[in-house]
Design a protein around this ligand. Sequence first.
Ligand code: G6P
Ligand code: ZN
Length: 540
Amino acid sequence: MSIKDVATTPFDDQKPGTAGLRKPVSRFQTPHYLENFVQAVFDSVPSLKGGRLVVGGDGRYFNDQAADTILRMAAANGVEQVIIGCQALLSTPAAAHLIAQESAAGGFLLTASHNPGGPDGDFGIKFNIAGGGQAPAELTDRIHTRSREIRQYHISDQTCPGFAEIGESRLEDMMIRVVDPVAEHVNLMARCFDFDAIRDWLHNKPRRFVFDAMHAVTGPYAREIFVHQLGLSEDVVRNGQPKPDFNGSHPDPNPHDAHAFLEAFQALPEGEIGAASDGDGDRNMILGRQNGRALVVSPCDSLAVIAANHHCIPALADGLKGVARSMPTSRALDRVAQELGIPCHETPTGWRFFASLLDGGYIRLCGEESFGTSSDHVREKDGLWAVLAWLQILASRDMTVAELLDEHWSRFGRDYFARHDFNLSIEQGQAVMERLSTLVEAGEYRDCPVDRFDYTDPVSGHRVEAQGYRLFTDNGRAVFRLSGTGTRGATLRIYLEQHMPAQEDCRQDMVTVLEPMRALASEAAQLEALTGKPRADQVI
Ligand code: G6P
Ligand code: ZN
């Protein structure tokens, strides 16, 4: 035995954000920084002692080094068995699935999602609980409290046997099982969908499908599914080789960060379907084409379309029971839920709120404006699941993406939606929030009701407050909140939404339709005066 108790002092910046602890790589390289946080988790989750632990990440810079440290700390903290993806790779949904399937006490997911990677980029670590879901607020609060009082951590100073090859080894008394990161997740997908139907449709139609893995973790998963299982050609998967710095890109599947893919897609023949996923494989973007132009499906519409067509997906065909969306996500889903006669829950931003509803059996489908969609098959959002859901629906309905959207809007009307992001200093972000809270006290701005979004989890009874501010007009809404995932300054997000009933023209220019709402939101929040910025830095 070579287990050491190492003396340490607390760091005051280890409060997990929307999805775990994310910081510049350099911060994680500070001596004891990673170890302190990991020990705070071991101290806060007693079931890890004598239990199983899943470890894996998106392959970004520092992934292997962090995995090595976690393994040596797990051995010193009495973990019975670690299950780790080969080369310490696991997409976020694959990790969540493994935690559930292996009845693990939890898992460390090494990712900063779509934040850039590399030595000058970001790293992240998040702890998911038994069942695979993200740690609930009570637990992240406990971990944070522990991180502020920690005085020592435990670590083995034996050389870690490594995780480069599939197989089993031991470290101290702990067993290490290195598993194929792809296989179990792909098996799960094959149980959720009818691969034969998708394969036949893709092969029988003169249409092609392209998937961009953005040099991130989904490359090997996508190759297995699309090339090996669905029989498509190798070039269907673009940028399929995971790289520690994502090839210098910002691996976020949205029209802004994935513009290179959009341009490449634009050059392809009519009728094709495009899709992309993010750094750790939990986000997705769906593309179609109309009149020669690439058409980006709003994640809010994507969720509503999947809900309206859930009967096409074998695993959901027996009904949805309930659905959920995060508060800033447009209300397109609510209209479908109403027609289906099922409840639609509105949760704060962050997947962990869905996990609770999924565990409680309240919902079977959920999603967010931030390009995340998933079902009750796993307790994280799942990029490839969403892409397969679209392919399954398109195959079953024998339609193009544009046709399916048009049909949806002709039934439910269209909720035009855009997110305006402002890069601000922490003080500016705070000033805008304070201004909005004065509007909440007044109850309105120019006769438009303004409120603050608070939420009580119906399963746990846990309450969270001030999850954003909302301004309502007759058929529209503006939502304001500060991002919880950034690692520098403050990012203000303003989500604009305008409903057009089905009788109206649902193919209008989004920017034009949303302009009155944008102007109103900007005035209400006194944006220019408080931030010096008349316009957003980025519109998604
Ligand atoms: C992560 C979470 C999502 C959430 C998103 C919001 O991706 O997994 O559930 O929607 O962060 O990010 P933000 O930067 O808006 O807090
Ligand atoms: Zn992600």
